[in-house]
Design a binder for this molecule. Sequence first.
Ligand SMILES: [Fe+2]
Ligand SMILES: [Fe+2]
Length: 338
Amino acid sequence: MTTVPDEASDATFFTLDSVTAELMEVDAVFRACMNWNYGHRDSRVWSLYEKNKVSQWNATTDIDWDHDVRFGAELSEENGAKLASFVVGDDSPVPRELLTDFRWEYQAWMCSQFLHGEQGALVTTARLVETVPDIDAKTYAASQVADEARHVEAFARYVDEKLGVVYPINPGLRTLLHDLLSESRWDIVYLGMQVVVEGLAITALRLASSSFGDPVIRQITKMVAQDEARHIAFGVTALNGMYADVTAAELREREDFLLEAIRLMSRRFMLREIWERMDLDVERGLRFARHNPMMAAYRQMLFQQIIHVLRQLGMLSDKVKELLLDENLVRPEIMQLS
Ligand SMILES: [Fe+2]
Ligand SMILES: [Fe+2]
């Protein structure tokens, strides 16, 4: 697994054109397979596939794109109060007069990371189509790829047409996606994407759909979150029982992967890129993001879904629990219940 410097940032900002022009290329060696046993279409994965087929939506026609969104405009009392309310307080690095600017930057940062994460889901799930042995899992993964393409379409259009600001991919997310694309073991791709990345995303999307400042992004995040719930169920179902009979060495490799993935995702929410772009005191911003109780509670909320799934899969080991506690990603009383 590759690593990045702690909370590193390239701090380069792009238009959408230049973001898409910059490639992240990853060399990979993996085993693709075809399966001549076409199954019985009565599995849990197949029923998720049936749900996917009838839950497709069209980002062009099912989103109301007509709503006027003006980046930087004053937000209404209701939306302004909800969005990024965690930066209001004595320890906040954001001066009161920059609060509206911060809220828009935060929304742009979140939407940019959603966008990059969606592309990660698109490409890694396409890999699963080739590598998973079961035909029903291949079939479901192909339908998830279509979902992810639509998610990329919706977020790309939103940041391009409505915000006009695209943040580069967060270094922690970039490293995790790089690792997943070079990964040859398909179950680890599930752990990284369907459990960790999508587990974080679903809570972040649900929170965004009730707090972001305009109806376009609220509609997008709500519809994407509905799809993500099925994708997570696919990962849980595909991995169900998988780790009961593996060797201690194989189990340790999965645990090591999870430890690194959790570390990378924990650093993702330090908001360094925003502090830098707004020319605020970066050290103060990082300190605030790490220690402010509302920021910590936000991260704990984001990690709830991952913890729930890891427990279901039997992968919530002592080391994983320890790391989650050390990084303050879970409240001790909740961990003791497991
Ligand atoms: Fe997605
Ligand atoms: Fe997804």
